[in-house]
Design a protein around this ligand. Structure first.
Ligand code: VGL
Ligand code: ZN
Length: 224
């Protein structure tokens, strides 16, 4: 599945029951960063624009921030003989190992300087358990430990969530799936994401799976 043959939801009227989730727009995921996502910086201006649209319509804006301790088990460097991109599977880690990235307090873990962070109502940090990764903004990869995002959204009576950011086939994908699992209506702003595509083909596989699980697709121009 690709962006060309995708059906978009039309004429979406936003309200205070809608939340924008801006996933992991951090320096390490930008070109030149430790775990660069191709064209990751090209979505920043439009992510800012959509945040302004949510702001105007009383929507909630939440940022997620990948936030690893320096010896995190998702890093290849924590496994002697392993390289970034190598396959690795254990409870809470995998299916591949990553370069060291988004280390707590580092410049790479900071949001891109052009991102309008001031518009955010909340920032959810994830991946701080040294032994468990968290691709999803809702729940860690052990599928047990919640980040608090679902509780925040529920207590604010949010019904629909709109997902953009990095990376399409990891943190955006798993956040969207968990959004469905936690009972929200989920819209994937596919033009406002970019993917890693590891293993190759992972982006189109992820989009296909999202559609099958009931995630809807929208663009910035479908929002009123
Ligand atoms: C991510 C891999 C490792 C992401 C975070 O933000 O998609 N991917 N950590
Ligand atoms: Zn990470």
């Amino acid at each position: 599945m690709n962006i060309e043959n995708m059906q978009f939801q039309k004429n979406i009227i936003l309200s205070n029951k809608d939340a924008l989730l801006i996933v992991d727009m951090q320096n390490d995921f930008m070109p030149g960063g430790a775990l660069p996502v191709k064209e990751g910086d090209q979505i920043i201006d439009n992510v800012n624009r959509i945040a302004e649209i949510f702001n105007k319509n009383n929507g909630l804006i939440v940022l997620t921030q990948d936030w690893h301790p320096k010896d995190h088990m998702s890093f290849a460097s924590a496994h002697p003989g392993k390289e970034p991109g190598d396959t690795f599977q254990s409870e809470g880690i995998g299916p591949v190992l990553w370069p060291d990235h988004c280390v707590q307090g580092s410049e790479g873990a900071n949001f891109h300087s052009k991102l309008k962070v001031d518009l955010a109502h909340a920032i959810i940090r994830k991946g701080y358990n040294p032994k468990v990764d968290s691709y999803s903004g809702f729940i860690e990869n052990d599928k047990k430990s919640e980040t608090g995002l679902a509780g925040l959204l529920r207590s604010l009576k949010i019904e629909r969530i709109f997902i953009c950011g990095l990376a399409l086939d990891y943190c955006c994908y798993f956040t969207a799936l968990d959004g469905i699992n936690f009972g929200f209506e989920v819209y994937f702003l596919v033009n406002l994401t970019r993917g890693i595509d590891l293993p190759p083909g992972n982006i189109s596989k992820s989009l296909q799976d999202l559609r099958e699980k009931g995630v809807k697709f929208a663009t910035k121009d479908n929002l009123l």
